[in-house]
Design a protein around this ligand. Structure first.
Ligand code: ADP
Ligand code: MG
Length: 735
């Protein structure tokens, strides 16, 4: 072992003082000279080309590095901040590896008997950066190793000799410090330095307020956007930080509400078809059903019928837990449109779901004399297809010629068309569309919704169905442009689902139990979690799982389904499972969306704690669809008490709303947003969506703005227009 003492080689340096020039949002990074050249190069390489681009990088979190009063060095799992002086340094070499150590004492001479060692592995060049007698502010976790107190790889900032006042403003220490999510080769310190200088030199007029005048915003009166952004990066204290975050969240919610309210208003301006038939078709349909509608189903159906009878087009969300019976209600609503002499369409997110809806619709509606057809991207379409383009063009498409009952719809047109995205491109089959039902809307974007609607001359009524249990507090925000009907009751005859959290050491018993179920003729899902958003890893976990389970369940057919399987194979596998040619299906979350296999009674979910509660609830809705009792087994790691605690609510209740509220409480609405609103998410401050007060305020402000200026034509509102009218993502508020 070679030992080597080092001596000061370089004077202490801190980043250069900012230049006096003032920076605007469009200033190219290459011209912001206060940012050191290597950092500028890295930024540009990461596509960060202007001041605005850089400002879009927000702190992922903050670290409180203010505490500088010395109370001794103590081992602590939480990082601490100290003002230190270097007593000695040494570089230790072990073969090819090197350890650099700096032994320090508190900067205040009174405490010089206390020692703390700073240690860097594999960074021999540190000996050129740090030298004896230098003053440092250091931040890191102190641990005790062989009776020495050590911080490995601390964050540090060197104090200039003439500036040893630890209370002077600093960037990386001695304050609440922003921590950014890194990308490419950018490192934390240079990025932080760059943003610091940018914010110092940014012309405040570059960040005009988007929210209405201060007096309107109550708790934020006098607050400005410039101040909020400045504070968000470099807050003087934690309360101020909270306020800045809340201000910026309010701004985001305000833009979102403006958009939703504006959209709602536009929709209502159009004329629709008042649809108020005698209701004979609906009567026969309900009478022929093998069950009675639940009270909640009836209530929702009535709300829908009222909307449809009104000349203002319906724009309604039908919201109900998995298995609550939304489809029947949707079909009933479609009959209202059909009996009025129009067409109705149902759009599902996947082919297999479209087929499932199609089978139901055929079973229940063809006996009523209706033409039901299926339109997917697939060749195997059934039902009536439009003949030739020319025939179609001759179909009268204005409301004045609208036939009055379903008998009068031209023979070659289906009364009801069911399909996937393909429906969006089928402009010829739906000239008389008056009701569009969109199932599991979170898989569709708002744009697609708009496109379906744009197909007909008069705006059709729109009914959106979702099975994602959205907490009541959130519906307003996310679906502010829709009226909401909720089915909050399950049909009684459904099989029970027993949910159990088990640790993976019980796998043997679980396998034995699964075998008895399969031997009795039941089927099972075995679910592997999504790993780090990577479809590849995700798939590989499922593939390994498939091999293992195939061995465990020798006698039975085990199928495999994951995101990387092409859609044709996927459909084949799903079909085989539906037809019981496959007994156990190893899968990822691709099965999340509503496939109905009533014979599947067991679901085993690996690493269940990786899922959100709402998602687990959604997943287990795949079982318990027949009359047999079903079992959902949530596997967790042995001794993972946190996981067990989190998941017990699923053992206790099957109320999706209660679970969604709990999920919202635990982790904020990020996932809900992510999976639901492809057109709008993600908001940058979405975790504050749980804050009803902010939401309500945003909605009030947006309402007020739009009453005053419905189309945002006033110059004051020019900045809002791109977000509201052109649907620019709300998170890109800097440009
Ligand atoms: P969702 O789409 O809300 O998940 P579905 O409409 O697919 O639920 O309904 C699930 C199952 O329950 C279907 O097989 C359906 O026929 C049945 N069902 C619907 N409503 C009732 C009811 N009121 N009573 C009994 N069974 C019902
Ligand atoms: Mg469904």
């Amino acid at each position: 072992m070679e030992k080597q003492m080092t001596s000061p080689q370089h004077p202490a340096t801190i980043p250069p003082m900012p230049q006096a020039a003032s920076i605007h949002l469009q200033t190219p990074i290459s011209e912001i000279l206060v940012i050191p050249t290597p950092t500028r190069t890295l930024l540009i390489r990461e596509g960060i080309e202007t001041a605005a681009d850089l400002l879009h990088i927000l702190p992922a979190r903050h670290e409180d590095r203010r505490q500088l009063t010395f109370t001794g060095f103590h081992p602590d799992p939480n990082p601490v901040c100290h003002h230190l002086r270097i007593l000695s340094t040494r570089l230790l070499r072990f073969g090819r590896s090197a350890v650099f150590e700096a032994t320090t004492v508190p900067a205040s001479a009174r405490f010089s008997q206390h020692q703390l060692t700073l240690r860097w592995f594999g960074m021999p060049f540190m000996q050129r950066a740090l030298a004896v007698d230098m003053n440092l502010i250091v931040y890191g976790k102190i641990k005790e190793i062989k009776s020495r107190l050590i911080i490995d790889h601390p964050d540090y900032e060197i104090l200039l000799e003439e500036d040893t006042d630890p209370t002077a403003p600093r960037i990386h220490t001695g304050r609440i410090v922003p921590i950014y999510r890194l990308r490419g080769n950018l490192k934390q310190k240079p990025l932080r330095t760059a943003l610091w200088h940018l914010l110092q030199d940014l012309d405040p007029s570059a960040l005009p307020n988007l929210l209405p005048t201060p007096k309107a915003t109550g708790e934020f009166s006098g607050y400005t956007r410039a101040k909020a952004i400045q504070t968000l990066h470099h807050p003087p204290d934690l309360d101020t930080l909270t306020q800045a975050r809340r201000y910026l969240a309010l701004e985001e919610f305000y833009l979102l509400q403006l958009r939703l309210l504006h959209h709602r208003h536009q929709h209502r301006l159009h004329s629709g078809n008042p649809q108020k038939p005698p209701g004979n078709l609906l009567q026969s349909f309900l009478q022929n059903l093998p069950f009675d509608l639940t009270a909640a189903q009836l209530r929702s159906l009535n709300e829908i019928r009222q909307d449809m009878a009104d000349p203002i087009p319906m724009n309604r969300l039908l919201h109900g837990d998995v298995g609550s019976g939304k489809t029947v209600v949707a079909l009933a609503a479609m009959l209202v449109a059909v009996e009025s002499g129009h067409q109705a369409a149902l759009m599902a997110p996947t082919q297999i779901l479209a087929e499932q809806h199609y089978q139901n619709a055929q079973r229940w509606l063809t006996p009523l004399g209706l033409r039901v057809s299926l339109r997917t991207a697939d060749k195997r379409n059934t039902g009536i297809l439009p003949v030739r383009e020319t025939d179609i063009l001759s179909v009268p498409s204005d409301t004045t010629c609208t036939p009055k009952t379903h008998d009068q719809l031209p023979e070659h047109l289906p009364h009801i068309l069911i399909g996937t995205h393909a429906l969006l491109y089928d402009r010829v089959s739906l000239p008389q569309l008056s009701l569009a039902v969109i199932d599991e809307q979170h898989k569709f974007g708002v744009a697609q919704r708009a496109r379906l609607i744009a197909q007909s001359d008069t705006i059709p009524d729109v009914l959106v169905m979702t099975a994602t249990p959205i907490p009541r507090t959130l519906t307003l925000t996310l679906y502010g442009d829709l009226d909401v009907s909720t089915i909050d009751e399950r049909p009684r005859e459904r099989g029970k689902i027993i949910t159990a959290v088990r640790d993976s050491t019980k796998l043997k018993d679980i396998t034995a139990f699964l075998k008895t179920q399969l031997d009795e003729g039941r089927q099972a899902y075995i679910v592997h979690p999504l790993i780090e958003e990577s479809e590849k890893l995700d798939a590989s976990a499922a593939i390994t799982g498939h091999a293992t389970w195939s061995k465990r369940l020798k006698k039975h057919h085990v199928g495999l389904l994951h995101g990387r399987i092409d859609s044709e194979t996927k459909d084949t596998v799903m079909r085989k499972f539906r037809d019981n040619e496959i007994q156990a299906l190893v899968t990822t979350t691709v099965i999340e969306v509503g496939v109905d296999v009533p014979n599947a009674t067991v679901m085993i979910i690996h690493d269940a704690a990786r899922f959100g509660l709402a998602q687990l609830h959604q997943l287990r809705g795949r079982i318990g669809r027949g009359t047999h009792t079903s079992y959902c087994i949530l596997l967790i790691d042995k001794n993972d008490e946190e996981a067990r605690q989190k998941l017990t609510i699923l053992e206790q209740t099957s109320d999706g709303f209660q679970i969604a509220e709990e999920d919202l409480r635990r982790r904020g609405p990020g996932d809900l947003l992510g999976s639901m609103q492809s057109g709008q998410a993600p908001l940058r401050f979405h975790e504050l969506l749980a804050d009803t007060r902010l939401l309500t305020l945003a909605r009030q402000l947006a309402t007020r703005t739009l009453i005053q200026d419905p189309n945002l034509t006033q110059p004051d509102h020019a900045l809002l227009r791109p977000f509201v009218l052109d649907s620019l993502p709300v998170r890109t508020t800097l440009q």
